[in-house]
Design a protein around this ligand. Structure first.
Ligand SMILES: Cc1ncc(COP(=O)(O)O)c(C=O)c1O
Length: 490
């Protein structure tokens, strides 16, 4: 009997002609979910300062906060965890991971770190100082926080199309090459320790860059003698979209596409919570000189060089997970579900980031909550409202997720997005349809959503633990309308 090779993208057509993403896995371990009544959801919002990060999952039905550490693990990953070698130094588990990194990412030196931001801390500690400027396609919250913590600044160099919510551009994560040259000329090579490219640019809707663009960035980096750092946390998904959208790579394997991207980069770092459906993180390079610059920082911040703050069980899961990233039938599941949801909402005129990216469906709060000024955080308000009426927890990716500038002023986000993450192989299609249904209802009742204001604002990464309150009794009014329309339904 012939078998579909594991690396092939599944194209299963339905007789009905409907475009339905078909799950190519089966569920073998399940977790019971609870959909608590709307009255309890309102209480939970008050207890959690109208911040979805602060909700307890006993009150959450579908957890679409993030894909970080929440992707489903495979049977092979779980099995590998049982074979872990507990050793402070020289663990065999580490060497298995090192081999996997070399095979999948093509880099021979590996520095483990307990998660992606720990890798960012090490890179920033080694290279960033007061006066440094880091050009990048777009920031990620933790990358920016670490760079500024060490006295550096960033400059974001996307093309203007990236900020268009409704677009058909296949590579909104591309770096603006002309601007990159200008910035280097203006600020001087000596102030630019590295250029950062983020795969599947998270905060603009999980939008990829093309390899053609990465090659151009590499050429500039070579011309000026500047290092190129790749944030590979969402590299598998970027590779999948390169295969779908960049004709040169249509017939290439995931392994070849991933290597094409990492070969162009001097330093690759990643959150394994995303990349390999495990926990942990790491930095890898083929340069011994670079390795030596980071080496002393791993025992200082993370742990010994053969575990870097990661449990050995997770190191085993990482090694297997990295190889599984090359399996197109696995990696395609989340982007296909996202595309399904994005197209369904877009078809109803509900503003979402298009084309569908990765990580999640990104709903445009700037349009849906056009009546809420940015000073009252439209994306945070939409996230709270959506949880209230559905039990679905999304994440605010707007001005609350931005940090204040060095003078303490608000910096309003370019986009106010509610991100509904679709972690790999976690949700079923009927759950996705529930999200579509409740979001449609909320869209039709959007005038009832009101703003938020901070009552507790932490100085760093305020979106994690910050506390807010509604500016009026809008949550009560929204709940009353929900009860009127849905009666006793949860
Ligand atoms: C693009 C990107 N870089 C870095 C990080 C930070 O990784 P971690 O959450 O493992 O610290 C994340 C996490 O979501 C991310 O999406």
């Amino acid at each position: 009997m012939s078998q579909i090779p594991m690396s092939q993208s599944p194209q299963v057509k339905f007789y009905s002609g409907e475009n339905i993403p078909l799950e190519l896995h089966k569920v073998r371990v399940v977790q019971k979910l609870h959909l608590v009544p709307i009255e309890r959801r309102l209480e939970a919002l008050h207890e959690g300062g109208f911040n979805t990060f602060r909700l307890n999952t006993v009150d959450v039905f579908l957890d679409m906060l993030t894909d970080s550490g929440t992707n489903a693990m495979s049977d092979k990953q779980m099995a590998a965890m049982m074979m872990a070698d507990d050793a402070y130094a020289g663990s065999q588990s580490f060497y298995r991971l090192k081999t996997a990194v070399e095979e999948v990412l093509g880099k021979k030196y590996l520095l483990p770190a307990h998660q992606g931001r720990a890798a960012e801390n090490i890179i920033s500690n080694a290279y960033v100082k007061k006066g440094s400027l880091i050009p990048m396609n777009y920031h990620f919250t933790t990358a920016l926080a670490h760079i500024t913590q060490y006295g550096g600044k960033i400059v974001e160099l996307l093309y203007s199309e990236a900020y268009n919510i409704k677009s058909t551009h296949p590579f909104k994560g591309n770096m603006n090459i002309e601007k990159l040259k200008e910035v280097i000329e203006q600020h001087g090579v000596k102030n630019i320790p590295y250029i950062r490219m983020e795969a599947s640019t998270n905060l603009i809707g999980g939008q990829p860059f093309s390899i053609a663009n990465l090659r151009e960035v590499r050429a500039i980096a070579d011309h000026y003698g500047i290092k190129l750092v790749l944030d590979a946390s969402l590299l598998g998904e970027n590779a999948y979209l390169v295969k779908q959208r960049e004709p040169e790579f249509a017939d290439k394997s995931m392994a070849e596409i991933i290597l094409a991207m990492t070969e162009l980069s001097d330093i690759v770092y990643f959150s394994a919570r995303k990349l390999s459906s495990s926990r942990g993180g790491g930095i890898c390079t083929n340069s011994l000189e670079i390795y030596r610059e980071f080496e002393p920082l791993v025992p200082l911040f993370e742990g010994f060089l053969t575990y870097g703050g990661i449990s050995v069980r997770e190191i085993e899961a990482m090694a297997v997970g990295l190889h599984e990233t090359l399996d197109e039938s696995m990696i395609c599941q989340s982007p296909q579900f996202i595309e399904y949801l994005v197209n369904a909402l877009d078809g109803k005129g509900i503003p979402v980031v298009t084309p569908a990216g990765v990580l999640g469906c990104h709903v445009d709060a700037m349009q849906i909550c056009a009546h809420i000024p940015q000073t009252q955080y439209p994306a945070g308000s939409l996230a709270a409202a959506f949880y209230l009426i559905s039990g679905v927890r999304g994440m605010e990716r707007g001005s609350i997720s931005n940090q204040r500038d060095e003078y303490g002023n608000e910096t309003y986000a370019d986009m106010e997005l509610l991100r509904l993450a679709v972690p790999r192989r976690v949700f079923t299609l009927s759950q996705i349809k529930y999200v579509e249904d409740r979001l449609t209802w909320l869209y039709e009742n959007r005038s009832l959503i009101g703003g938020l204001r901070f009552v507790y604002e932490p100085p760093v990464l305020r979106f994690f633990m910050g506390g807010l309150e509604p500016v009026s009794d809008w949550p009560q009014r929204l709940m009353a309308k929900f009860k009127k329309d849905f009666g006793d339904s949860l």
